[in-house]
Design a protein. Structure first.
Lengths: 442, 325
């Protein structure tokens, strides 16, 4: 476990007993899928399995008809604090996460100033403790100021509680710096998390290069801008023995390259966002800035390959790349608008709708990709309902149908391509350290 | 008095040719015919749009298009205001949408907009009630230019079905090329492009056009060439090695045209780089219709203004005679 000892990254454990009764417990970490009870005592899982009688004084919640899972973890979010508190804060982001069924998120360091030192890491943890919603694990920068030049002080950041390093928002363009980062990070056993984009090849593009970009007269970003960096990172991970984690994969080619790396035992892991396995560049339509993100929405061929990769595990986990922007900033001509969409409050619904309700994957596989794998791969607490682990639990209704209303988001961001869309699957109860941080019934 | 606000045959705005039907394109071309004559009169003015206010909102420098629109508006008796980006609130950091809303608050009827961002005209059209005419948005579309090119082709070639039109040069960065491709294909013409692959969209084949790698082959095939302006910036950005080499490999020259099996009509949306994409003797030659394009530009823009204002197509002739219904 790479997290700093004794640091909660969120609320303090809630004393006493919380018993969830009659839910369908799905815990892929132990191959569990049964109807039963979960007991959390003093913030720690005490029991997950057959029905038990409620201990004296326990708070009891009837969760019949709902799924009880180890808390969902999103390893890729942008919470904008410090620097853009008008757009999101650690508190609003942590509450949005809880409302989306996430018990923990990892915050990217591209804040203002950049999270590239131990003091900045400490600030995020302190704000997360104050927010007392989902846990927030800080990710430190790879390079000072994310300038791609000198390595940031990883050792000190890890000691202060950082769980990974990344220059996300930007790629690590220097192959030498990437190599050095992979080597240096081995000491601390943390992943080096890369935003794969050859900036020169992307050439200021604002959407996928293809028929739609040709029609709209928008500069396109070719698949190869991502894939060249994917294979570079895999080769450098092979050379160094370091662990590279590849952000927000978007192309079929990337999936093939990751498969190639994994077959050779390279320490490469990868993530995908719900928008990339559901939407295509056709969604840009008539210049809709809520369909603008980096990497861009690709084609149906890519969507199909990404879904297959989620199913077979070539892509290890699902994240959101939650990227809130101010209304005014998206209210611009397409090429001038910023990249990114919010995702925390739609991720579970979109994933169930697109992958589970359609029968592509089962709920256990989804929970593996959204909870167990993030915890296991990044060395984070949680991802299991085994006794003795943190009492982080997500309770959701896999069949509830609801319509996305961005005005009701806890996030300050409203930039989503799913406004007005009907989704299947909704969070009901989010529990962190035995305390309820989101309750749909409240 | 304005034309009665019947159901506008083009909708509220003219944003591009991709979304227009063949009937809509033919309607604009046919409506332009009677307007051609107005510009030939001693007194080049009819009262068709009297009392209407048109704002020409140009975020990018433009001479030809802006003047052409302004003549079209004035010859229809509209009140016009020109706003250029330099020296206006735009250069003080005002956003596009705020600029538009402020104009609208002054109760204008139409906005003609030129902007460096693809999609800017639609962005505006979706946010204000006034009619919006796209006078060029980034590298997306320039519908009135496409229409005037098509009108000029139709003047000479008649029905464009099966006619072979090749667009030459920097298609990647050209809004003129896109409007021509969409409009010509809708009318049933065979459309090709010719230029260095570095200046063609990677997915050009998916737009249903033929691609010629060599200008000689394009000339052998075509009934007409629409020669695009090659912007100097493209060389500095590394898309081509030099303007000199461009002329040697892709230039439309009289020597190359002499080898054509038929007379090839020459169009150019201007402004020309003589000696780069087109040689002077071709531009000034007997098959050049470059100045006809400019003349037709005013008529096309009069037709578009008239139709968007709710003018009934069958009354365009009456409008020409000054007897508005």
């Amino acid at each position: 476990m790479t997290v700093a000892a004794g640091v909660t990254y969120g609320p303090e454990p809630t004393p006493g007993d919380l018993l969830l009764t009659g839910g369908r417990i799905i815990d892929p970490s132990r191959g569990l899928d049964l109807v039963g009870d979960v007991l959390i005592r003093d913030g720690v899982i005490a029991h997950a399995g057959s029905a038990i009688s409620a201990p004296d004084g326990a708070r009891v919640r009837d969760v019949r008809g709902l799924v009880v899972a180890p808390g969902l973890i999103d390893v890729h979010v942008h919470l904008r604090e410090p620097g853009r508190e008008d757009v999101e804060t650690i508190e609003s982001g942590a509450r949005a996460a809880a409302a989306g069924g996430f018990t923990a998120v990892c915050a990217m360091p591209n804040t203002k100033p950049v999270t590239d030192n131990q003091a900045a890491v400490g600030f995020i943890i302190r704000q997360a403790q104050r927010a007392a919603a989902a846990r927030v694990y800080p990710i430190g920068a790879i390079s000072v100021g994310q300038n791609g030049e000198a390595l940031a002080e990883m050792g000190e950041m890890v000691a202060a509680g950082a769980v990974a390093v990344s220059d996300d928002g930007r790629p690590v363009m220097s192959s030498h710096l990437m190599r050095t980062a992979l080597e240096y990070a081995r000491t601390f056993d943390i992943p080096v998390v890369d935003h794969c984009e050859d900036m020169a090849l992307a050439h200021g593009g604002s959407m996928n290069e293809g028929k739609v970009s040709a029609m709209l007269g928008l500069r396109g970003i070719p698949d190869e801008a991502e894939e060249i960096m994917v294979i570079r990172d895999i080769l450098l991970a092979r050379r160094t023995g370091g662990h590279v984690h590849l952000c927000h994969m978007s192309t079929r080619g990337s999936v093939e390259l990751i498969r190639w790396g994994k077959e050779r035992g390279v320490r490469v892991t990868a993530e995908v966002c719900p928008h990339h396995f559901t939407l295509t560049d056709e969604r840009v339509g008539h210049f809709d800035t809520n369909a603008k993100m980096n990497p861009p929405l690709r084609t149906q061929e890519d969507v199909d390959a990404l879904i297959a990769a989620v199913k077979d595990g070539t892509i290890d986990l699902i994240c959101t790349d939650h990227a809130p922007h101010h209304y005014d900033e998206k209210e611009r001509a397409f090429a001038e608008a910023p990249n990114g969409i919010v995702g925390l409050e739609t991720s579970l619904g979109v994933t169930i709708t697109a992958l589970v309700a359609t029968g592509v994957i089962d709920l256990a596989t989804m929970i593996e990709r959204m909870s167990c794998a993030p915890a296991r791969i990044w060395g984070l607490p949680g991802g299991t309902l085994a006794a003795g682990h943190p009492g982080d639990v997500t309770v959701f209704d896999p069949t509830a149908v609801w319509t996305v209303d961005p005005a009701r988001f806890r996030s300050k961001g409203r930039n989503t391509p799913w406004g007005g869309v009907s989704l299947t699957g909704a969070p009901r109860l989010t529990i962190v350290g035995g305390g309820i941080v989101f309750d749909a019934a409240a | 008095m304005n034309a009665p606000p019947s159901v506008a045959p083009l909708g509220k705005d003219l944003l591009g040719l991709a979304s227009l039907s063949g009937d809509q394109i033919r309607l604009i071309l046919d409506t332009a015919e009677p307007f051609k004559e107005i510009s030939e009169r001693a007194i080049k003015k009819v009262p068709t749009l009297r009392g209407m206010t048109v704002v020409n909102l140009f975020f990018e420098p433009s001479t030809r298009t802006r003047i052409s629109f302004e003549f079209a508006e004035k010859r229809l008796s509209a009140d016009t205001v020109n706003v250029a980006s330099s020296g206006s609130s735009v250069s003080k950091g005002e956003t596009l949408v705020d600029t538009a809303r402020n104009l609208e608050a002054m109760r204008i009827d139409m906005v003609v907009v030129r902007h460096e961002a693809s999609g800017a005209a639609r962005f505006l059209a979706e946010r204000i009630e006034s009619n919006v005419i796209n006078a060029g948005d980034g590298t997306h579309e320039h519908p009135t230019q496409g229409l005037l090119d098509i009108l000029t082709l139709r003047d000479r070639l008649g029905d464009l079905r099966g006619r072979r039109i090749c667009i030459c040069g920097d298609v990647l960065h050209s809004r003129v090329a896109r409007s021509n491709i969409f409009g010509l294909k809708t009318l049933g013409a065979d459309v090709a492009v010719c230029g260095p692959r570095s200046l063609l969209p990677n997915a050009i084949d998916e737009l249903g056009v033929t691609v010629f790698q060599r200008i000689e082959a394009a000339i052998e095939w075509a009934d007409a060439l629409n020669v695009l302006r090659l912007q100097l910036e493209r060389m500095n950005a590394g898309f081509i090695p030099s303007l000199r080499e461009y002329n040697r490999v892709f230039g439309v020259t009289s020597r190359r045209l002499a080898a054509a099996p038929r007379d090839v009509l020459i169009l150019h949306p201007g402004p020309m780089n003589r000696g780069v994409e087109i040689d002077s003797d071709v531009a000034d030659g007997e098959h050049s219709v470059i100045l006809n394009q400019v003349t037709n530009g005013v008529a096309i823009r009069m037709a578009v203004l008239y139709l968007l204002a709710g003018g009934r197509p069958e009354l365009a002739g009456a409008a020409r005679r000054g007897g508005e219904a």
